[in-house]
Ligand binder design. Structure first.
Ligand code: GAR
Length: 209
């Protein structure tokens, strides 16, 4: 059975969706870089081990990442799931977990990498918005996209309504992708990503229009 660690910084609603999905893998631990993250309480309620590794206590990114890396090794983790983890990871750490680490980002990548995605979508006047699950690579929000959730931006949408609607899509697609990895439907190979035995040429689409 695949052993999963989830990295969080905040509320952890995606962590909750992963817990509630009863994945065929096991969430063996949750790491937060913030001691006050509500996600830690969610993990504890579910009986999952937690570790707080505060980035502020380390002189640089590499030393912080080294402690996280050791914790992941101690838990014997196969898959790292970033769920609202708001730290940029060092190239060395990303390299160590290449093909074994996924992230969810609140935009239709490659559009709107980085922060404040809902605000930027509204300012541009886009008709569509959504979220993307992707492998993590050294370049921010640029790893191969595995799945996307798509929604139509309504005229009455504002930042908070969009955030809520995107979150609902995230809670749908993130556990689904995690389960595909756990049960071997989606496999990372040196030759590329296989989905149902075929090369994945574009992200699997989920729409809530
Ligand atoms: C989610 O919307 C996720 O897409 C975003 O943080 C939120 C975490 O919510 N992640 C990023 O912006 C990463 N670049 P949660 O703590 O309730 O799961």
């Amino acid at each position: 059975m695949i052993k999963i660690a989830v990295l969080v910084s905040g509320s952890g609603s995606n962590l909750q969706a992963l817990i509630d999905a009863n994945l065929s893998g096991q969430i063996v631990g949750v790491i937060s870089n913030k001691p006050e993250a509500y996600a830690l309480q969610r993990a504890q309620r579910a009986g999952i081990a937690t570790a707080v590794i505060e980035h502020k206590q380390y002189p640089n990114r590499e030393s912080f990442d080294a402690v996280m890396h050791q914790q992941l090794l101690d838990w014997d983790v196969d898959l790292v799931i970033l769920a609202g983890f708001m730290r940029i990871l060092s190239a060395g750490f990303v390299q160590s977990w290449q093909g074994k680490m996924i992230n969810i980002h609140p935009s239709l990548l490659p559009h709107y990498k980085g922060m404040h995605t809902h605000q930027r979508v509204l300012r541009t006047g886009d008709a569509y918005h959504g979220c993307t699950v992707h492998y993590v690579t050294a370049e921010l929000d640029a790893g191969q996209a595995l799945a996307q959730g798509l929604l139509r931006v309504a005229t009455h949408d504002n930042e908070s309504s969009l955030a809520e609607r995107v979150h609902a899509l995230e809670h749908l697609i993130y556990p689904q992708v995690a389960e595909w990895i756990c049960n071997g439907t989606l496999v990372h190979t040196p030759q590329g990503v296989l989905y149902r035995g075929q090369p994945l040429t574009e992200p699997v689409q989920f729409a809530k229009l």
